[in-house]
Design a protein around this ligand. Structure first.
Ligand SMILES: Cc1cc2nc3c(=O)[nH]c(=O)nc-3n(C[C@H](O)[C@H](O)[C@H](O)COP(=O)(O)OP(=O)(O)OC[C@H]3O[C@@H](n4cnc5c(N)ncnc54)[C@H](O)[C@@H]3O)c2cc1C
Length: 310
């Protein structure tokens, strides 16, 4: 049985910020490729890195935080927008070492490699540590890998290649996510300026799947419990966002999660609200029944930064 579970307001007085050291929202060494009043697009030179598991920490019934140490430093690594992500590579060679992308025609090619996208929850360039929060499930290579991750395990990584920054110029923010987008939503909460009006709608299995969301913003969190229903099979998240009051048009909606269950939001936000196209992002992070769903694959382009499929 699913239900609108509870409403909580988390303020910085109750919780210490995670990570412990707050980071600057925009690092000055990256110049935007396109810079607007409300958003900016950045592209980065990237190179593959090997990541070694240092520790694992169970955040909730569904989420495992894996802390990695990078062999290489994080020079040219960005910390610009909350949904920055990288590709993790799961193939190994005969010696058990991760297989990394190689340069083909002047660019790193990922063709033929087993890769999945994951949000960079946090990184520290001084210690070369990087956290990724994995949803635990038994259906795919990444979910399986996270279930058994142990110190010393190694993965390849590539990215981030580009990022889309939504500026803090809006009067309010609506954030909507399932478990896969909860790490990015947590970064949103962490980086929204003090006092910003924000509402989060988050679909998870149950109260055991909830995590704390430290913030300086004036954030109201609605946890939506899907209960026995399969992940990605409900309309809970989209329905909750559609109930939100959008009468003030100077706001931003960020929604991410299972592609088909949030698809209806694009039409809703376009035709049923006064929001413009620069006021929302609806991003499919995975698709029920489809392995390796990736918004940039199959000849597609990233809807935000227009990076072409590899
Ligand atoms: C920009 C971006 C950022 C992302 N950040 C994160 C993140 O920080 N943490 C995270 O956990 N995921 C994140 N994801 C989603 C993740 O990439 C997908 O869930 C991916 O499919 C997982 O790979 P897999 O090998 O486990 O499953 P796949 O091999 O891709 O899929 C196998 C089967 O498992 C199903 N499946 C995939 N994911 C799930 C799931 N979460 N629950 C239930 N069934 C599933 C598929 O529908 C398919 O039927 C992100 C995706 C994008 C595009």
């Amino acid at each position: 049985m699913s239900m609108l579970a509870q409403e909580t307001v988390t303020r910085v007085e109750d919780q210490t910020l995670a990570p412990v050291a707050p980071r600057t929202a925009v690092r000055s060494d990256h110049l935007p490729q396109r810079d607007g009043l409300r958003s900016a697009t950045f592209h980065f030179a990237t190179r593959p890195r090997i990541l070694t598991v240092v520790s694992t920490h169970r955040l909730s019934a569904d989420l495992m935080r894996v802390r990695f140490r990078a062999d290489d430093d994080f020079a040219d690594f960005p910390s610009i927008s909350p949904d920055e992500h990288l590709k993790l590579f799961f193939d190994t060679d005969e010696d058990g070492e991760p297989v990394l992308p190689t340069i083909v025609d002047g660019r790193y090619s990922i063709r033929g490699l087993t890769h999945r996208d994951f949000t960079i929850r946090w990184f520290d360039d001084r210690t070369r540590l990087l956290d990724i929060d994995f949803v635990l499930h038994t259906h795919g290579v990444a979910g399986h890998w996270a279930l058994g991750a142990a110190p010393g395990d190694r993965l390849g990584s590539l990215g981030p290649r580009s990022t889309y920054l939504v500026k803090s110029t809006f009067d309010w923010y609506v954030l909507a996510a399932d478990e896969t987008a909860l790490p990015a939503l947590a970064r949103w909460a962490e980086t929204l300026p003090a006092g910003t009006r924000a509402t989060a709608y988050i679909e998870v299995t149950s109260a055991d799947s909830q995590i704390s969301l430290p913030t300086r913003a004036d954030l109201t969190v609605h946890w939506l419990h899907r209960g026995e229903a399969q992940p990605g099979s409900t309309t809970l998240l989209a329905d909750a966002v559609m109930e939100h009051d959008f009468s003030d048009p100077n706001g931003y909606v960020w929604a991410a999660g299972e592609a088909m269950s949030i698809k209806s939001l694009r039409c809703f936000l376009t035709f049923r609200t006064r929001l413009g196209r620069d006021n929302w992002t609806v991003d499919g992070y995975w698709r029920r029944g489809e392995a390796a769903f990736d918004r940039t694959m199959h000849g597609r382009y990233c809807p935000q930064c227009a990076t072409p499929a590899p």
